[in-house]
Design a binder for this molecule. Structure first.
Ligand code: KIV
Length: 260
């Protein structure tokens, strides 16, 4: 069964969809056992490259990391983010999405909507490119964080946007930082699955940035749950390594490739 159809079936059967981000093969290989969707997010701009936001993430960044992640993904649906300014027109969107698909062999691309990109999604779908939508707080179009869907006006605007994204042919949609009651209304209104990040349990699935749940990124807003503190574990290992080298405890004879 096509992964995309499996997602719709999960929504119908009220089974939750599991999703995380990956930027490299080794991490992707682990996630692949437990995730329905693996996203190569443009968040790699800030998380990996130390940029202030996602605005400077490039198409070649996405292709490079998409290629690496592809090598670790066998069963999950692999989605690659289209970075800012790569889908300003339908022509650019189709050209750049085809480049991503051809070079990474991913299953789909994701684009942020900012209330105006359903026509872009429609053109991509027409060109047989599977698309995941993204509404609510859309980092590529914002310079300041804001929770979405608080007022009746905003709620209705978001519902309309989500419906337009669905009508344009997206197979799923990310809801980012939307208040619970609005996230619920959107999830109930759509046939396609909603994948929430900071948008409550009223979504058909959840996504988080893997570096955040592993305690690597240093970014822990309220909606993130840190499942392990890898920063501490890595520091402990590196400290021991350094100590053993300085104390001439490593390498030992069993680490020698030849001789004594
Ligand atoms: O870039 C990203 O990582 C995302 C999120 C939905 C996690 O878009």
């Amino acid at each position: 069964m096509l992964n995309k159809i499996k997602l719709i079936v999960k929504k119908k059967n009220r089974k939750k969809i599991v999703s995380l981000t990956a930027y490299s093969k080794n991490i992707a290989k682990i996630l692949d056992k437990y995730c329905d969707i693996i996203l190569v997010g443009d968040s790699l701009g800030n998380v990996l490259y130390g940029m202030d936001n996602t605005h400077q993430t490039t198409l070649s960044n996405m292709i490079q990391h998409g290629l690496s992640v592809r090598k670790g993904v066998k069963k999950s649906l692999l989605v690659v983010d289209m970075p800012k300014n790569t889908y300003n027109s339908t022509h650019d969107a189709v050209k750049n999405a085809k480049l991503i698909l051809k070079n990474t062999k991913c299953d789909a691309v994701k684009i942020e909507s900012n209330y105006k990109n359903s026509n872009i999604i429609r053109s991509l779908v027409k060109a047989k490119i599977p698309v995941m939508g993204h509404t609510g707080y859309t980092p590529q179009f914002k310079s300041r964080f804001k929770v979405a869907g608080k007022t009746i006006f905003e709620r209705d605007k978001l519902i309309q946007d989500a419906l337009k994204i669905e009508k344009a042919g997206a197979f799923s949609i990310v809801l980012e930082c939307i208040i619970p009651s609005t996230a619920k209304k959107i999830t109930d209104a759509l046939k396609i699955p909603t994948i929430g990040i900071g948008s409550s349990l009223y979504c058909d699935g959840q996504i988080l940035v893997t570096d955040d749940i592993l305690g690597l990124s240093g970014f822990y807003p309220k909606f993130v749950k840190k499942y392990v503190n890898l920063n501490t574990a890595i520091e402990k290992a590196v400290k021991k390594y350094s100590k053993e080298i300085i104390g001439k405890k490593f390498p030992k004879k069993q680490n020698y490739l030849y001789g004594k």
